[in-house]
Design a protein around this ligand. Sequence first.
Ligand code: CA
Length: 511
Amino acid sequence: MRFLTQNKIRFWSIILFLGIIMLGWSSAHAEDALSSDLQENKKMPNVIIILADDLGIGDLSCYGAKVLQTPNLDKLAAEGLKFNRGYATSATCTPSRYALISGLYPIRNPNASILPGNSPLIIDVQKINLPRLFKKAGYQTAAVGKWHLGLADGHQDWNKEIKPGLNNIGFDYSFIMAATNDRTPTVYIENQHVVGLESEDPLQVSYKQNFPGEPTGRENPELLTKMKSSHGHADSVVNGVGRIGFQKGGVKARWRDEDMADIFSEKAKQFVTESTKNGKPFFLYFALHQPHVPRIPHERFVGKTPLGPRGDVIVELDDQVGRMVATLEELGQLENTLIVFSSDNGMVLNDGYIDMSVVKNNETGHAPSGILRGGKYSRHDGGMHVPFIVYWKGKIEPGVTDAIFCQVDFLSTFAALTGQDIPMNVDSENHLDALLGEKPVGRTELLLESSRRLSYRTDQWFFVNDNQKPELFDLSKDPSQKKNVAEEYPEVVQQFQERVKNILDKNLEKK
Ligand code: CA
């Protein structure tokens, strides 16, 4: 009896053991089959988001600009899908980029306002976000260019590893500036370390007070040799340009504004080249610094447009796009790469430096917001309604779409593209069919923001949510938002006020 039982145990143990082996083998085999299938059939495309900084919808010739030409972006628009209703969530940098990376409306985070250069990281390191989503799908991920979402904990020692940073939220590789090109620190940061820093000349940054003995634009205007300030930008002087914020040391690490485009482009090229060699799909967040102030193009672009520095840096930006496309072509990756081009908010002319942008615009009749009302900082449409082009050679039918698509939707849309679950506790919506031009409708409503003040749009209406003076525009008749019809449609105003409140009250944590 006991002999039989032991044999039985032995028998079932062997069966169990074999079962585990089989199970393990088949699941490993299934994973192999899936990933090799994806690799061989190229089902997972590379994704590149190219994001301009303060570029208006009227700044590109494919969107109607006459006095400057952007041939590389025009080509993407002609051979890809041009959105007439592409949106950032916000009229300024930080909140807009927060939405793009996190998939959340920036109003949900009290820190998602224009940040100083030494602010802490405002992306939650625990939560899902865009780079982490791609990483989960087996992508190699990188951010190159402007960041402006804070770094570390607010007590950064710039001479050590600056963490938590991009490498802690899903980017395998990062080469960034901390904030903007008009803010300190004026250095590049590669994988959380300042590039070119010398130990005997440590870098210090403050947004409270100057360091003793350091010149400022305020006290030493004779040092502002490249660009004079019109307002603000009177703190530390770097490369003949006054900045916002103070810094000391790190002299060898400081950038030369003229080289910034070439350096970012080179780093982006290196990343896509190495990723191609590795054979894994890649995601690149390529955040260009133009045409944000100070507008200082490389010498070879100076005078290329009748618009002065602002036009010249837009042509430089277009050239960067062309170089990236050429790189993908050389690598044989163009047909396997989905490229999205957009801007983080609407246009601005004078944003703190005397660069002739207002004068040249008036002279030439250039309309950087097109027919839209307002621009950067505005609660009207021109604040967030931006250029938006999607290009995927051979996959996306060339055309123009009226679908409303917002950058906050990248998270859920790319979850769908990469075959992952759509995250539940976010504002991001999956509109992959609209992004790929398979459906003419995207979002049915969108919450917009400018300096914590809210606007709201639907297909027909644009509503400025102001208790004192609500504004309502019928976009079907008045796309330039000239006539406030709030008093004529009190029921629509009330409906939208309640809807905005409902969106704000939505408890995403419980979802
Ligand atoms: Ca911006």
